[in-house]
Design a protein around this ligand. Structure first.
Ligand code: ATP
Ligand code: MG
Ligand code: MG
Ligand code: MG
Length: 473
């Protein structure tokens, strides 16, 4: 079956609408009234108020395609076939309404019926929680072969306290040719860290309350929360080796290619990673700004800044010397116009924010790269493996390099960065900055970078997915 991204999204939502669900809009990436979460990172993150009982939804059955940002996957981008910083999570939700008996047959129908996705059942593998006999029996009843049903004790969703329960995950076998591991590698199974068995859907049965006493009490109200990665499913329909060779990303990659110094996508592994980083990050940047976030040195703003500067360096590696990111913004808008018309409408504004930030960084980029490369040479020549904290701080403070960018750059050369030393230098600088706030301290074009620095705030995610966000911010 041939379906493009807009058709896959529509089909999923229509399927669940036919089963009595209300289609909910894709909410802002910026969480509303939820200081515990930096970004919306899943469909259910927008439904917290229904799941914890604070608000009763008009309809207990809801479906959505929710834009989501996960910073814990930044470093996976371009390296795995399947991870993005921003992706869309298709989901269906039951707030105390239907449960396993309904959701498992529906999932199987959507995936395998010729009226819907029409996937070959031979290609699908299911993992379930070993003690969850109900899920096992239901999957068998709908026709899943025994050797495609895999017990895995990892299949339990638990955030420490509150609603929790077993889950079940659906994998699509992309074939050994797509794998990055030998067939007999112990990790090469559905649920393992490999590129053959692609996790496409996660269905959570929240049926227990994890109490402060660490017991699991059955919940009076049982809920369903599911998440399917749109980009991954589209890669299957478009028979693309990774999520990137699909209608969601290729126009951005093609445009970047035209801007590059004769680089061609698909010819060199290292170049391809840069193309993918740019195509991925510009989507997150564009959508985040469209939803009202702005680059800065704290919290969400720092994430945008980090993604944007990482993209500029990726462009540099492709031989792009001019500002280019802003020109990709309307392309993102056009690709996503169908479901997110506001992005194209805001494109001029978004592009102007991107341009200002890119120009600011570009002004010091070459100086920073020169410093970084010469320090890398020195460290290597001395037979050492660590870039000191002062250098990392100078790169940050004078040249605008997020420390994570320095770390990645160093890692490519087999080196590390003394992050503790970086933080110490940062603290020292903040103290000095406070004393000299209104004077010209001669720090050059990037002084503004730290003057708006704030005290770190602790972010504890609704799920544990966002913990890494707090890292240095
Ligand atoms: P993975 O194990 O591949 O990292 P996950 O188990 O962390 O995925 P879930 O939290 O179960 O992901 O999210 C539900 C679905 O959303 C996944 O089954 C997958 O299809 C999709 N998904 C999760 N993270 C990403 C990402 N970074 N980029 C694209 N799709 C994602
Ligand atoms: Mg993950
Ligand atoms: Mg997983
Ligand atoms: Mg999962």
């Amino acid at each position: 079956k041939q379906l493009n991204s807009a058709q896959v999204r529509r089909m999923y939502l229509d399927f669940f609408k036919q089963h009595g669900h209300t289609e909910m809009p894709s909410r802002s990436l910026v969480p509303v009234d939820d200081p515990t979460l930096l970004w919306i990172n899943s469909g259910v993150a927008t439904m917290k108020q229904y799941f914890d009982g604070q608000v009763v939804p008009d309809n207990p059955r809801m479906t959505s395609s929710q834009k989501s940002i996960r910073t814990n996957d930044i470093e996976n981008v371009g390296k795995t076939a399947r991870h993005h910083t921003m992706f869309e999570m298709l989901g269906n939700f039951s707030v105390g309404d239907y449960f396993k008996n309904e959701v498992i047959p529906w999932a199987w129908e959507l995936l395998t019926s010729d009226d819907w996705f029409g996937f070959d059942p031979e290609k699908l593998y299911i993992t379930y929680y070993p003690e969850d006999k109900d899920a096992y029996n239901l999957w068998k009843q709908v026709g899943v072969a025994e050797d495609h049903l895999i017990a895995d004790k990892e299949n339990f969703w638990d955030i420490g306290q509150g609603p929790s329960g077993p889950d079940t995950e659906i994998f699509y076998d992309r074939g050994q040719a797509m794998n990055n591991l030998p067939e007999d590698d112990p990790e090469s199974y559905p649920g393992g860290e490999n590129e053959r068995y692609l996790e496409i859907w996660n269905i959570v049965f929240s049926q227990f309350n994890h109490t402060p006493e660490d017991t699991y009490e059955p919940l009076p109200q049982k809920n369903i929360d599911t998440g399917m990665g749109l980009e991954r499913v589209v890669s299957i329909f478009e028979n693309a080796p990774t999520n990137f060779e699909t209608d969601l990303f290729m126009p951005i990659i093609e445009q970047t290619q035209a801007l590059s110094a004769g680089k061609v996508y698909g010819q060199d592994k290292t170049d391809d990673i840069q193309f993918k980083i740019i195509a991925d990050h510009i989507r997150s940047i564009t959508f985040a700004i469209s939803d009202g976030a702005l680059p800065s040195n704290v919290g969400r703003g720092y994430v945008i800044r980090r993604l944007l500067r990482r993209s500029v360096v990726a462009g540099k590696k492709l031989g792009i010397e001019e500002s280019f990111l802003a020109s990709l913004v309307p392309t993102v808008g056009k690709i996503m116009q169908d479901y997110y018309p506001a992005v194209l409408e805001n494109a001029d504004y978004i592009a102007s924010v991107v341009k200002a930030e890119e120009d600011r960084f570009s002004a010091t980029l070459n100086g920073g790269l020169n410093l970084l490369n010469s320090v890398i040479d020195e460290v290597k020549a001395a037979g050492e493996t660590t870039i000191d904290g002062q250098t990392a701080f100078k790169l940050y403070d004078t040249y605008g390099f997020p420390v994570e960018l320095t770390q990645e750059y160093a890692e490519d050369e087999g080196l590390q960065v003394d992050v503790a030393g970086f933080k110490a230098a940062m603290t020292e600088q903040q103290v000095r900055a406070r004393n000299a706030r209104d004077t010209d301290n001669g720090m050059g074009v990037q002084t503004g970078l730290w003057t708006d620095f704030e005290t770190p705030s602790e972010y504890v995610g609704y799920t544990d997915l966002e913990v890494s966000d707090a890292k240095l911010i």
